[in-house]
Design a protein around this ligand. Structure first.
Ligand code: HSE
Length: 432
């Protein structure tokens, strides 16, 4: 029973009791008195829905274990739904059902928001209730709320960052120890960062979902995961990283959402990028995440921390739950606002500097043939480096600002040259 004289009890229905769900339920119990003292709201975990009812689950006193998630959403004993089960179905239907029943929803479901965010945002606004999702992007790092609230008047020009901890861990090992990709991946799997099937992380799909959500909120426009140009880290070698270092760059998998002023279009993309060693993102190591928001008035802001894990993610969920509970008490909500359809710039139209590595025969005329390709496509070389690899050579070029389509034409031509044995990873430079 609430001990606070003006306590307002909000009963939570928690869908999912996995890594994040169990950490959230435990955190609510630990923090309950402090939350009451600071906000006047008493959070009670009323129902917890789990898939495997045979497994042992430790729940707080008074919480009921339920196996049917629809029963939780529809229950008259639940005021607020916390969706931590993940996946598209049935999470989508459950969230719509909760919103339609005027119950606020807090979710960490990145895949769902990156696919159906626009529809869910409209349903929440139509029901005049909260749909909060800080934990869906970069775990414990506050990013969605600063973008939605503190920066709501800011002319944002770019949001970019390291939004996947697994790939940042792998790239850190490759960079600092010279480890091969497969060795670094195996270590990430052993430590529990990478899944047994690491596809979603290493191919950039997880980062694409996150940058889609970030772009939607930062620019007030609907960007879906499928709209994001996406390249992973599987083609990056320790040699690429070492050469990038010589040119003054770190290699990071970045999610980028950038307003291109010339066309007023958004470029939203995920790819391995060359980050100047002087940029704070270059110093983000291991499995940490960091996002830099550039605004015309605010300048650069950096958000750094743990992007995954039970407790950091539960912390973000709890912050949202407290906000939604306070709003429920006041009979108000935080509107998500209007979202326009995004005008997206295809990757072929972006301009930046590039690093291109080629393995070539080490004999007269090869450099001439290769540089001729750059010249024919109007791509200007800024720096070049040659290393011997047995009877062959590795040529690495750093270009001046060039159009992606012209650089892609160069790659196609390189592949058709007899003297070029292998065309390595293409790395795009992000401006400091
Ligand atoms: N697998 C993700 C990462 C965390 O490595 O950052 C969940 O989005």
């Amino acid at each position: 029973m609430p001990s606070h004289p003006s306590a307002h009890v909000v009963r939570l229905g928690v869908l999912g009791h996995g890594v994040v769900g169990s950490a959230f339920v435990a955190l609510v119990s630990q923090q309950s008195d402090d939350i009451l003292a600071r906000s006047g709201v008493r959070l009670e975990v009323a129902q917890v829905c789990i898939r495997d009812t045979k497994k042992k689950h430790t729940l707080p006193k008074g919480a009921v274990l339920v196996s049917d998630p629809y029963a939780v959403v529809q229950s008259s004993e639940v005021d607020l739904v916390v969706e931590l089960m993940g996946g598209i179905d049935p999470a989508s239907e459950l969230i719509f059902a909760a919103l339609n029943a005027n119950k606020p929803v807090v979710t960490a479901n990145k895949a769902l928001l990156a696919r159906h965010g626009a529809e869910l945002f409209s349903a929440a606004d139509a029901a005049s209730t909260d749909l909060l999702f800080e934990a869906a992007v970069c775990g414990g790092i506050p990013l969605i709320r600063p973008l939605r609230e503190s920066l709501r008047g800011e002319p944002i020009t770019r949001v970019m960052g390291i939004v996947n901890g697994t790939t940042n861990f792998i790239l850190t090992k490759m960079s600092e120890l010279g480890a091969d990709y497969q060795v670094a991946l195996a270590e990430a799997q052993q430590l529990g960062f990478a899944e047994a099937d690491p596809t979603a992380d290493v191919q950039g799909h997880d980062a694409a979902a996150k940058i889609a959500i970030i772009a939607s909120i930062a620019f007030g426009t609907t960007v879906r995961a499928d709209d994001v140009y996406c390249e992973g880290i599987t083609k990056i070698t320790a040699a690429d990283i070492a050469i990038a270092h010589k040119f003054g760059f770190a290699v990071k998998l970045l999610g980028v959402a950038e307003l291109i002023s010339k066309s007023s279009k958004l470029s939203v993309r995920v790819h391995p990028a060359l980050v100047p060693l002087t940029n704070p993102l270059a110093a983000v190591r291991e499995s940490f995440n960091a996002v830099v928001v550039d605004g015309r008035a605010s300048g650069s802001l950096m958000f750094y921390g743990r992007g995954a894990g039970g407790e950091p993610t539960a912390s973000a969920v709890l912050g949202d739950v407290i906000d939604a509970a306070i709003n429920l008490r006041k009979g108000t909500h935080a509107p998500l606002g209007a979202f326009t359809e995004a005008k997206l710039l295809p990757i072929s139209e972006i301009n930046c500097e590039y690093m291109i590595g080629l393995e070539v025969a080490d004999k007269p005329g090869v450099l001439h043939a290769v540089t001729g390709v750059f010249a024919r496509n109007s791509v200007s070389i800024r720096a070049a480096e040659q290393d011997g690899i047995g009877s062959d050579a590795r040529l690495v070029f750093l270009t001046h600002d060039a159009k992606e389509s012209a650089v892609q034409s160069c790659l196609t031509e390189f592949k058709s040259l007899d003297v070029v044995k292998h065309v390595g990873a293409l790395l795009r430079v992000v401006a400091g």
